[in-house]
Design a protein around this ligand. Structure first.
Ligand code: ADP
Ligand code: MG
Length: 342
């Protein structure tokens, strides 16, 4: 029988709110904190005791909260700290110091996943296919290595949610490449990475577990009305602008019609990628499969979106794992990791 747990749900709040703040209004906003609402609903229906804590840029309320009411486990939904996504890893590191089990990726895994070049270097060592890439730091001269095949995708080195990714990110000339690098360096004030464009199907693969892992059935992003010749990529608009998605027929579906053998290959690649990064919680890999059936990891998403409508939960449902089961599994993995670390 499942144990009743005292769970502290920790999440990012765009404004620092006092402890004990009533988030009902924020959670009810379908465009706002719907993930928090979903997780809270699941934790409650699983009959756990739940406390809520939103943090913006001050972690003292976390220490106060823990002193007053030490949780069995923290459901960590802090993807951003002080408006900065790269500090996600630091938050996990703080939780590690507190020595309380917490859900999702460790600080080390978040560190490897935040930088789009680092994880690729590790994958290459493990002979997991990634596109050829090169990093471009601000203040240094930028040029494409001679062996690169155009087009290339130019992205911020350490960003997520397709921030900074538009159709113009796919550069088919040296000039277009330089222009996009300039945009990322000067407009976004970030370092950049350029990767060879992998033409093919875009799939999302959830994996969860600790040593024994489960690969969930892939989801696929379709671009039904995108004109021939236009790059088919998950730009910021393709992810977040409903009107744009409707216009170009962009939607994600269960990935059907995967040729025989391909599913097994995807599962094998994703499992190996999971272990290569020493993961022990849950992840969503963004992958592409080219015309030869070669499987490329575009990026690992540690602590991916976990609302009911997100790819991970939809894949889990397809595997027969309901939303509550998924949330419970994530809690169990947190407890298991903590136990194994002692
Ligand atoms: N090398 C690549 N080849 C083809 N498409 C790519 C490549 N890199 C990124 N993309 C497209 O851009 C999207 C966003 O890139 P990704 O690295 O996943 O950034 P983010 O962390 O912002 O999601 C991908 O989902 C994919 O559609
Ligand atoms: Mg991505």
């Amino acid at each position: 029988m499942k144990k009743k747990l005292n769970v502290l749900m920790l999440f990012y709040s765009p404004y620092q709110k006092p402890r004990g703040y009533d988030y009902r209004q924020e959670f009810a906003d379908p465009d706002n904190m719907y993930t928090e609402k979903d997780v809270l609903g699941a934790l409650k229906s699983l009959d756990h005791d739940v406390s809520l804590l939103g943090i913006y840029n001050d972690i003292t309320p976390l220490f106060e909260q823990i002193k007053e009411n030490k949780p069995d486990v923290i459901f960590n939904m802090m993807e951003v700290f002080s408006g900065q996504s790269h500090l996600e890893k630091n938050m996990a590191a703080a939780l590690e110091l507190l020595d309380i089990p917490f859900t999702g990726a460790s600080s080390g895994v978040l560190f490897l996943c935040n930088n789009k070049a680092l994880s690729k270097k590790i994958f290459t060592f493990h002979k997991i296919k990634v596109s050829r890439f090169h990093t471009y730091y601000r203040g240094k001269r930028a040029g494409l290595p001679a062996k690169f095949k155009l087009p290339v995708v130019v992205k911020p080195l350490c960003e997520e949610a397709s921030r900074g990714i538009a159709q113009a990110s796919v550069a088919d000339s040296g000039e277009a490449f330089l222009e996009r690098i300039k945009f990322i360096h000067e407009h976004m004030q970030m370092d950049a990475i350029a990767e060879e464009y992998i033409d093919g199907r875009e799939l999302y693969v959830g994996v969860l577990g600790h040593k024994q892992v489960t690969v969930l059935p892939p989801r696929e992003l379709l671009f039904a009305n995108m004109p021939e010749g236009e790059p088919r990529i998950a730009t910021y608009k393709a992810k977040w602008d409903d009107g744009y998605r409707r216009k170009w027929g962009i939607k994600s579906v269960d990935a059907d019609k995967l040729p025989a053998g391909l599913l097994a290959k995807i599962e094998d690649v994703c499992k190996r990628a999971y272990h290569a990064l020493d993961m022990d919680s849950y992840v969503r890999f963004d992958i592409r499969v080219d015309a030869n059936g070669d499987v490329y990891i575009i990026e690992p998403n540690a602590n991916p979106c976990i609302a009911r409508i997100d790819e991970l939960a939809l894949s889990a449902a397809r595997a027969g794992m309901g939303y509550e089961d998924l949330v419970q599994r994530v809690l169990d993995l947190a407890l298991l990791r903590h136990e194994n670390n002692h």
